[in-house]
Structure formats: structure tokens, C-alpha cells
Design a protein around this ligand. Structure first.
Ligand code: UDP
Ligand code: MN
Length: 616
């Protein structure tokens, strides 16, 4: 018998129906407010699930990756491979011209956040042609089929989107597809929200091979790389800094070498992308070493390498690596102990892995046929949450684990290291035992016999990372003079000279009545222009800018460096006015004011008489 519905039951039923109807409508209304999930959002949601990989070291601390769906200003760049643009030097220089205060603000902000010229980087776009910097013998090679695939791991903390995205396109444009399993971007808790948002949105929408994972809190580049490596599935890991551009056939020679010997770790030649002009410049063939302050340095190749007729196309054995760019088998990376997770933020890990590779049975080589450009920056734009000297702490860990009795040389160099807590290294000491690694003495004798031991008591002067980088590029070079004469301000006919004397570094430049340069010994106003567009006073010091970053800066005399620096000056003429343009600052030499005793500064390029100079 069917039971009759009671009136109470009816009211209850109707109530339920009303609630359901309201909920449904409310949901529809909300759905209308929130936009249709985009392709990128769906992708991110998928990515979010698939990337839930736990880092064994930090399990339990909730260190999981995720891809957040966020809305940010879209980057509207055409990502068409066919649109590779060519930028020669003068075009790049013209992109760098600071035309108005808005340009200046954008430029200054870029330098402050990223420590290179964001104004130019943004204008270049995502595809550009690069000069092929390889030895000609590398170009004729046809590669046999390579049966290895790679996971490219790129960590970043606050990277300029245009630089990172151009880098990703350079990889995708210049690498056979089958060699790339995936590209893993590790956003190491960037604090500039807009930046990581733009990168992530673009990648999710346009670059299916690229996955973004994010550390839940700042790890530093060492732990961030391990974190990325734990997500990787490719047979080979390639680590790259987040401001590189890869050159033609960059990956094949690296993989070829690894496929012949699975315990060889390979490094491309690191070409230079100039931080001020974004010019791509070839690097000389040098190898990695270190000083006893445990600073990495570039060194000339030993005679045996330099005399080798195959130099330029043959692998070069290197005692250490610079650290930012290298490739090795993934299983070997894990077997060899990944990285020392006790190291913070930046520094020291490159020497640690170099020592470990050699001492524990592997090899480290530079592959000259593989070229990758890297933006070398004068400073690192990010801080360290703890405010400590992470390079010192990390170097102490290197010394205590790997250097045996030789650690005393480091400790002598850095007396302040005695008060630094470098944490527990017992895990790394056990790793060294477990891998039956050789002694540091063996390493010095067989891998780095050129290394000189310092006098035990007298500390040798140590250079910094930046000096080391500079050292690489300021190898003695003869300067070719193209002309000489007085540097004159046209309308006043005044001459440019040092505020002090011709020998004083950092001296400002001022105007004076012109001397008679024909008189012997009168060099105070005699300028020499080199083939590299440098202006040398009395062939001693070079015309430079105080700071390529500051809004207002003055011209100064500095020790001459190599070209491509802030000492480059090009003559540009417009409507009969010849300016002296300084590409590093994007500005023109300006008289402030053009009278005796007035200074020379850098100003927005205009057609003002204050910027009208000539050499005579
Ligand atoms: N990096 C990171 N987390 C950090 C510091 C650095 O992921 O806490 C990244 C950084 O964005 C860059 C790479 O690690 O891609 C190497 O750092 P950097 O370029 O500053 O080092 P350098 O080239 O000066 O040695
Ligand atoms: Mn870098």
C-alpha cells in the first residue's frame, strides 16, 4: 500500500525544493561573475595535480608544488618562431636611448629590481637572432641520433619576464623537440607578484612543455634546483640560470659527450650578454679554478690545451665550474649526492659539486661547441632573508667536508669564518665516505696541479666573484687608436679635461680654455679614440660614467676596461649636431653648464647645444 503524504511532509519537501532552487541560481550567478576557466587555468589545475611531488628532505613540512591560477597583465608578444628579429649593435644602442623621464623611471626600476637593462630587454621581444660564436669546426658537425632526453631546470627569484621568456623561446627554437622532455621553472618564492604572475600565465597559455612549480618559501638557488630536479623525469638534467639565451646546436654536443660517458658533467661556454646593452658577445676559451678564499675564478687554459690543434672544438677538462649552467645524467646527479641542502641562497655550491665530481670518480668538462649566453650582472638584485653572508657559510661547509688539511688555507684567508655557524655537515661527510671519494690532495695533484699553495702565514689577496667574472673579460688587450685630438664643446669652443690630473681615477671632467696641444708635454686635453669606441685621456684613463643606473650621473675618468662596458661612446649626429652617446646609460654627454669649470654629466639626448661636441 502506498502511504499518503502528510501535509507536514509536503511543506518539508517544498522547502527543500526552494532551497535547492536558490542554491542553483546562486551558483549560476556566481559562475557568471567568474569568467569561464581559460585554457591556462585548466592547464594549471592539471599541473597542480600532476606536480604534487614531495621533496624527501622536507617531507612533512608541506613542501609541495602548485601552480596558482592568477590574473595578471598579459604579455602580448607574438610567439611565432618565424619572427626571429635581428639586432645588431647599433640597433641595440638605439633601443637603449632614454628619451624621456618615463623611460628613465622604467630603466631605473629595471636596474633596481633585476640589475640589468629591462628597457632594452622588453623591446627586444621573445625571439632574436644571435651571432654564432662557435669555432667554425663545430658548425660542420652532423650529430648522430642521440637517445637521451632532458629536463631543463631553471630556478628564479624575481626574474624579468621578458628575459626569462626570451630564454625559453631560445631553447624551444634552437633545440630538437625530442631532446626536451620538459622544462621545469622553479619560482623560488618570488616576491614581485606581477613578475611571477606574468611568467606563469604566459607559460601556461603558450608553452605546454614548460611547467612552473613554486617553492612555498624561499629556498635559495641550491635547494630550489634540487626541488626542481625532484620533479624531473628526463634522463639528463640541464641546469640554467634564468637570464640566458641558448645558441645554435647548444644541447647536442653536451648530450653527445654524456652519452659516451655517463659520469661526465658538461658545461657550455658561457657567452656574455651585456647587462647594459643586451649585446651577445663571444667569450674566450677559459676554464674554472678557484682561489684560497674559495672564490671561483676563470683561468687561462694550460699550455697543453692551448697548443692542441683541436682547441675550439674538443672538450676541455676543467677543475671547477662557474655553477649556473651545466648538464649531467639525472641518475648520476642523485647518486652523486645532488647538492648540499645545508647551503643557503647563493654561492659555494659550484665548488662543492666540482670537487665532488672529480674526487668521487667523475669528470668535469667544458664543451666549446656548446654556447649559451648569460647576463653577467655587477650585483645580485635580491637579498637574503637572514641577512647573513651565505657564500661564507656555504664555503665553510665545502672546506669542512671536502678539503681535508687544505681547509687551513681557506680559514687563514677568512679569519672571520671562525665565528660563523655552518651547521651540521655529518651527512655530507658520510656521503663522501659512502662514495669512496679520493682526497683533496689527489684532486690538487691530478686535476689542478697549476694551483699554487699560499704561504701558510701570509694571506694572498682574494678576489670577489664579480672581480673574477671581470677578470675573465679584461684579459690584457692592446687598444687600437683610430684618432686623437681635443674634445671640444662646439658653441663655446671649450676643451674637456680632468678636474684633477690625468692620472687620478674617479676624477670628474670639466671644461677649460683649450691648451695648445702641439706644445710638447701638453697632454691634459689630449683624447684618444679607440677602435672599440673608448675615449682615453692621454692614453691613460678612460671616459666613463659614474653609474649607469642612477638617474643623474657625471662623467668620470676610470681605469680602462674592455669594450661593451660603460666606457663605450658613440658619435651620433642628428640635424648637424654630433652627440656623444653612452649606450650603457642610454644618455648623451652633456655640459652642465658649458663654461669654464662646468662639469660633464649624462643627460637625456636632445638637440640642445649643451650636447654638441667634436674632436679636433
Ligand atoms: N636564484 C634563486 N633563488 C635565490 C637566489 C637565486 O632561484 O634565492 C636563482 C636566480 O634567479 C638565478 C640563479 O638562481 O636564476 C643564479 O643566481 P644569479 O644569477 O643571481 O647568480 P650569478 O649568475 O650572479 O652567479
Ligand atoms: Mn646569473
Amino acid at each position: 500500500m502506498r502511504r499518503r503524504l502528510s501535509p507536514k511532509c509536503c511543506v518539508f519537501g517544498i522547502g527543500i525544493l526552494i532551497i535547492l532552487w536558490m542554491t542553483f541560481n546562486l551558483a549560476r550567478w556566481e559562475w557568471k561573475l567568474s569568467p569561464e576557466p581559460s585554457h591556462s587555468q585548466r592547464l594549471s589545475l592539471r599541473a597542480r595535480k600532476s606536480l604534487l611531488v614531495k621533496n624527501p628532505r622536507t617531507q612533512g613540512q608541506g613542501l609541495q608544488s602548485f601552480s596558482v591560477v592568477r590574473h595578471c597583465e598579459e604579455l602580448s608578444e607574438v610567439f611565432n618562431k618565424a619572427l626571429v628579429k635581428r639586432y645588431n649593435q647599433s640597433l641595440l644602442y638605439s633601443l637603449g636611448v632614454v628619451s624621456d623621464p618615463d623611460d628613465q623611471r622604467a630603466r631605473d626600476e629595471g636596474y633596481q629590481k633585476f640589475a640589468f637593462n629591462a628597457l632594452i630587454s622588453n623591446k627586444i621581444g621573445f625571439h632574436r637572432a644571435l651571432p654564432d660564436t662557435r669555432d667554425s669546426r663545430c658548425r660542420d658537425v652532423t650529430f648522430p641520433s642521440i637517445h637521451l632526453d632532458t629536463s631543463i631546470v631553471i630556478c628564479y627569484h624575481n626574474e624579468l619576464p621578458s628575459a626569462l621568456l626570451r630564454m625559453l623561446h631560445s631553447i624551444l627554437d634552437r633545440t630538437p623537440e625530442e631532446l626536451i622532455r620538459e622544462i621545469i621553472l622553479v619560482d623560488d618564492s618570488s616576491t614581485l607578484d606581477e613578475v611571477s604572475c606574468q611568467i606563469e600565465a604566459y607559460v601556461n597559455q603558450h608553452l605546454p612543455k614548460v611547467k612552473v612549480v613554486r617553492t612555498p618559501e624561499r629556498q635559495g638557488l641550491i635547494r630550489a634546483r634540487v626541488y626542481g630536479a625532484h620533479h624531473a623525469k628526463g634522463e639528463v638534467l640541464v641546469f640554467l640560470d634564468s637570464h640566458c639565451e641558448v645558441n645554435t646546436d647548444w644541447l647536442e654536443p653536451l648530450l653527445l659527450r654524456i652519452s659516451h660517458d655517463p659520469t661526465t658533467v658538461v658545461v657550455p661556454v658561457i657567452d656574455i650578454i651585456n647587462q647594459d646593452t643586451m649585446e651577445y658577445q663571444s667569450s674566450p676559451l677559459v676554464r674554472g679554478g678557484f682561489n684560497w678564499g674559495l672564490h671561483f675564478r676563470w683561468e687561462q687554459l694550460p699550455d697543453s690545451d692551448r697548443k692542441d690543434p683541436d682547441l675550439g672544438s674538443k672538450p676541455i677538462q676543467s677543475p671547477t665550474m662557474a655553477g649556473g649552467l651545466f648538464a649531467m645524467r639525472r641518475d648520476y646527479f642523485h647518486r652523486l649526492g645532488e647538492y648540499d641542502l645545508g647551503m643557503d641562497i647563493w654561492g659555494g655550491e659550484n665548488l662543492e659539486i666540482s670537487f665532488r665530481i672529480w674526487m668521487c670518480g667523475g669528470r668535469l668538462e667544458i664543451i666549446p661547441c656548446s654556447r649559451v649566453g648569460h647576463i653577467f650582472r655587477k650585483r645580485r638584485p635580491y637579498g637574503n632573508p637572514a641577512g647573513s653572508d651565505t657564500l661564507l657559510k656555504n664555503s665553510l661547509r665545502v672546506a669542512h667536508v671536502w678539503m681535508d688539511e687544505y681547509k687551513k688555507y681557506f680559514l687563514n684567508q677568512r679569519p672571520q669564518a671562525n665565528n660563523v655557524d655552518y651547521g651540521d655537515v655529518s651527512d655530507r661527510v658520510s656521503l663522501r665516505k659512502r662514495l669512496s671519494c679520493k682526497s683533496f690532495q689527489w684532486y690538487l695533484k691530478h686535476i689542478y696541479p697549476e694551483q699554487i699553495l699560499p704561504n701558510d702565514t701570509k694571506p694572498v689577496k682574494s678576489d670577489t666573484h664579480h672581480q673574477a667574472t671581470k677578470a675573465k673579460f679584461s684579459m690584457k688587450k692592446t687598444r687600437v687608436i683610430v684618432r686623437h685630438g681635443r674634445l671640444k664643446h662646439v658653441s663655446t669652443n671649450l676643451c674637456v679635461q680632468s678636474e684633477k690630473d690625468i692620472y687620478t681615477k674617479k676624477a670628474l671632467l670639466t671644461f677649460a680654455e683649450c691648451d695648445d696641444v702641439s706644445l710638447s708635454g701638453q697632454k691634459a686635453q689630449l683624447w684618444f679614440e679607440t677602435v672599440d669606441n673608448q675615449l682615453m685621456l692621454a692614453q691613460l684613463l678612460c671616459l666613463d660614467v659614474e653609474s649607469a643606473m642612477a638617474g643623474k650621473s657625471y662623467a668620470r675618468l676610470m681605469k680602462c676596461q674592455d669594450s661593451g662596458s660603460s666606457q663605450t661612446w658613440t658619435w651620433t649626429s642628428k640635424n648637424g649636431f654630433s652627440h656623444l652617446y653612452n649606450p650603457a646609460s642610454g644618455k648623451c654627454l652633456t655640459a652642465t653648464p658649458p663654461r669654464v669649470g662646468g662639469y660633464l654629466s649624462l643627460g637625456l639626448c636632445t638637440e640642445s647645444e649643451d650636447q654638441h661636441f667634436l674632436m679636433s
